[in-house]
Design a protein around this ligand. Structure first.
Ligand code: G6P
Ligand code: MG
Length: 232
C-alpha cells in the first residue's frame, strides 16, 4: 500500500493529437484567410478550445461575433473529430502501456487530467478508457491550466493529497498548473521548453521501475525534492 497517485495529461503524453488539432485549425484558418503554421500550432498546446480560437484570431487580427465564434468552434471540432474517430491503439505513444502496467503492479492509481472536451472519446478510441480510475477533462473544469483546478480535481478522484501526486505533462501551462497544485511535475518532451518541471524525460520509455519505488520507500520521511534526487 502506498500514498502515491499519478495524473496524466492526454494530448502529447498518451497520444499525439497535436497533428490533428493542427489540421483542423489550419482548415479553419485558411477559410478565414489567416496564415497558420505548425510553429503557431505550438502556441495551442495545453490551451482550451476557446482560448485557442482567441489566439488564432489574434494572429490574423480577425474579430468575430459571439454567434459566429460558436459556429467556427463547432466547425473546428467537427473537423477534428473526423481524425479522432479514425484513431486506434497503434497511436498510443511509446512507453505508455508499459508505464500503466507498472503502476498497476505497484498499486499506484492513476487518472487523466486534460483540457480536452474529447478526452474520454480519445481514450476509448485507443482502448485505454477503462484503465483509468477517473477522468478530469475540459467538461469538468471551469478554469484552464495553468490554474490548478484540473489537477486538484484529479487528486480528489485519486483520494490522494496533492503533495503525493505526480503529474506527467508536455505543455508549459500544464507544468505550471501542476506546480500551482503543489504536485510533482514531470515534463515529457523538450526540457529546454519544460524548464519549470521537477524532472524531465523525452518520452515515457525513460520512466523506469526505480522512479516510483524511490517515492514509495521514502514517502514518510523525505521531502519531494530529496526523493527526486534519488531517482536521477
Ligand atoms: C489539449 C490540447 C490542446 C487543445 C485542448 C482542448 O489540452 O493540448 O491543444 O486545444 O486539449 O481540446 P478539445 O478536444 O476540447 O478541443
Ligand atoms: Mg498536452
Amino acid at each position: 500500500m502506498n500514498n502515491l497517485g499519478v495524473i496524466f495529461d492526454l494530448d502529447g503524453v498518451i497520444v499525439d493529437t497535436a497533428k490533428y488539432h493542427f489540421l483542423a485549425w489550419k482548415s479553419l484558418a485558411d477559410e478565414l484567410g489567416i496564415a497558420f503554421t505548425e510553429a503557431h500550432n505550438e502556441l495551442l498546446k495545453g490551451v482550451s478550445r476557446e482560448r485557442s480560437l482567441d489566439i488564432l484570431l489574434d494572429l490574423g487580427k480577425v474579430s468575430l461575433s459571439d454567434a459566429k465564434r460558436q459556429v467556427v468552434l463547432e466547425q473546428k471540432n467537427k473537423a477534428y473529430l473526423n481524425y479522432i474517430t479514425k484513431m486506434g491503439p497503434e497511436e498510443i505513444l511509446a512507453g505508455v502501456v508499459q508505464l500503466l502496467d507498472r503502476l498497476d503492479r505497484l498499486g499506484i492509481p492513476y487518472v487523466l487530467g486534460s483540457a480536452s472536451k474529447n478526452a474520454s472519446l480519445i481514450l476509448k478510441q485507443v482502448h485505454l478508457l477503462e484503465r483509468f480510475k477517473g477522468i478530469v477533462d475540459g467538461n469538468s473544469v471551469s478554469k484552464a491550466k495553468p490554474d490548478p483546478e484540473v489537477f486538484l480535481l484529479g487528486a480528489k478522484l485519486l483520494e490522494r493529497i496533492p503533495e503525493h501526486c505526480i503529474v506527467f505533462e508536455d505543455a508549459i501551462a500544464g507544468i505550471e498548473a501542476a506546480k500551482n497544485a503543489g504536485m510533482m511535475a514531470v515534463g515529457v518532451g523538450d526540457k529546454t521548453i519544460l524548464k519549470a518541471a521537477d524532472y524531465n524525460v523525452n518520452n515515457l520509455t525513460e520512466i523506469n521501475e526505480g522512479f516510483f519505488k524511490a517515492f514509495i520507500s521514502d514517502q514518510r520521511t523525505d521531502t519531494n525534492e530529496s526523493r527526486l534526487h534519488k531517482t536521477r
